[in-house]
Design a binder for this molecule. Structure first.
Ligand code: ASP
Length: 319
């Protein structure tokens, strides 16, 4: 992905089959990824890495294009249940929220859990009550595009094309290749790193299922002594393999960020096959990397030495 000068922000819009979404969606996704890194980068001019990753992910959640916030996937009952998480590499404090239904911006709620509580994970009603107590904005309705997709998936499951056994859910998701969760990583001018992730989870998940985006070490991780990482793909695999913590541990052990991300994705491919994971990572020297075993991973970067954001979806050398 390259080496950049601090401050740096990198965002992702998920690993998956971006080509099948069509050129219009790709264009729109590129525009939003660009907005997200521009806003995140402007936060880095005056603020910290943790503020930048919050702002960048909030824009992606509000866009309705990605599987997070407004555009969240629906569970088997057709309900929204969102997860998000954030980590501050300076304090090594992290927080996640899981299965929240009514909060407009789960990433903002996760940040509040990090800053205002002693907890690491807050889920369901407890997380909603906390959000309500802080007067955080409430999400309104589900976009028609999402409702339509739910009914299409339901029809394809009922037609027998995709067998309904819930143990087959990962196979169905791999066929559909729908992972467009979002995340952001950043390093500020003082060398502090932060990581975040936010998702509606996998389509047709069981109610109450929580994925990697709220689990520290799985969907996100940041440590001022090594770097930051954020992942997308099948949450159960990412949690079992502790993808982001592993990337950071490999960097600790002396691997380059490129080798670290590559090795984690290759290990998963060996054990679980392809089409299930993607990860972006940044070390504290400004070296950035992306690795995925899917068709693509939507991503954008903005840094001090760039005139404008760089955006990529597939195997391009940049960003
Ligand atoms: N990782 C997310 C989850 O399993 C899905 C995605 O990446 O789109 O909850």
């Amino acid at each position: 992905m390259g080496r950049y000068d601090k401050p740096i922000i990198i965002v992702h819009g998920g690993a998956g089959a971006w080509r099948t979404k069509g050129s219009e969606i790709i264009k729109e996704a590129a525009r939003i990824l660009k907005d997200s890194v521009i806003e995140g980068f402007s936060a880095l001019q005056t603020g910290s890495a943790i503020e930048a990753v919050t702002i960048a992910v909030k824009i992606l959640e509000d866009s309705g294009i990605f599987n997070a916030g407004i555009g969240s996937a629906l569970n088997m009952l057709g309900e929204v249940e969102m997860d998000a998480g954030i980590m501050d590499g300076k304090t090594l404090r992290a927080a996640g929220v899981g299965a929240v239904k009514r909060v407009r911006n789960p990433i903002v709620l996760a940040r509040k859990v990090l800053e205002l509580t002693d907890h690491v994970l807050l889920v369901g009603d407890g997380a909603e009550i906390f959000a309500h107590s802080l007067n955080l904005p409430v999400r309104e309705g589900v976009p028609p595009r999402i409702v339509q997709k739910y009914h299409e998936l339901l029809r394809s499951i009922h037609s027998g094309k995709n067998p309904t056994k819930w143990r087959n859910l990962h196979r169905i998701m791999k066929m559909l290749n729908l992972y467009d969760t979002v995340g952001a990583i950043a390093i500020d001018s003082s060398g502090n790193v932060a990581a975040s992730a936010s998702t509606g989870g996998i389509w047709f998940k069981m109610p109450g299922r929580i994925g990697d985006s709220s689990i520290v070490g799985a969907g996100f991780y940041a440590d001022n002594k090594a770097g930051a990482a954020s992942a997308s793909g099948i949450g159960e695999i990412i949690m079992l393999m502790m993808v982001c913590k592993r990337v950071i541990d490999f960097i600790y052990q002396g691997l380059s960020v490129v080798e670290a991300t590559k090795r984690v994705v290759e290990n998963i491919t060996k054990v679980k096959g392809i089409d299930n994971v993607g990860v972006i990572a940044l070390d504290i020297y400004g070296n950035a990397s992306v690795a995925f075993n899917t068709e693509g991973m939507a991503r954008a970067v903005m840094a001090k030495n760039l005139k404008e954001p760089r955006i990529a979806f597939f195997n391009e050398a940049i960003p």
